[in-house]
Write a new protein. Structure first.
Length: 176
């Protein structure tokens, strides 16, 4: 009797253990968003657009500063010829122009940041959509973004960043 109980318990034990050991291994992946931004064709387009917008705004600002310098030179050159009232008026116009340029610079900074954020948010949504597709297609349990998830270490075989870049580049090439 003892022998049959031991045999039955061993069969049950090994039955459960083998079932647990044969269970699917959870697939976990890690992506590096920064690398995708730098290496994907869409990321390079975004970088080109933001640098182009930045250069355009910088050129406008430099032109305004150049005009301000010319205004300053004209004010200094004509300071001996102008009446005190006219000189004060010109100095007032100059200060207003300086404040306008400072405001313009602040507006440009805010505008470029908003432009970059809009592009990056759109890019991020597209990358996460592709990552979601890969996760579903390949039965991943979990895919983490390296920096935002606080991943300090991961084996290189968990990194699917290159796979996401390839799929994203393929998607971008089909839309163009």
């Amino acid at each position: 009797m003892k022998r049959t109980i031991v045999i039955l318990s061993m069969i049950l034990f090994f039955g459960f253990v083998s079932e647990v050991l044969c269970a699917d291994i959870a697939k976990i992946g890690v992506i590096n968003f920064q690398k995708i931004l730098q290496e994907s064709s869409a990321g390079k387009i975004i970088q080109k657009q933001t640098s182009g917008k930045h250069a355009e705004l910088q050129k406008k600002l430099q032109d305004e500063k150049k005009q301000l310098d010319e205004m300053q030179k004209a004010l200094n050159a004509n300071s001996f010829v102008l009446t005190p009232e006219k000189q004060k008026e010109k100095q007032r116009e100059f200060r207003i122009r300086v404040n306008d340029i400072k405001q313009m610079q602040d507006d440009f900074t805010k505008g470029i940041k908003q432009f970059e954020m809009d592009l990056l948010n759109k890019f991020e949504k597209e990358v996460f959509k592709i990552t979601d597709e890969i996760g579903k297609e390949e039965d991943y349990l979990l895919i983490l973004e390296k920096k935002t998830a606080g991943v300090v270490y991961h084996p290189t075989q968990l990194d699917i960043t290159d796979q996401v870049i390839k799929k994203y580049n393929l998607k971008v090439s089909k839309t163009n």
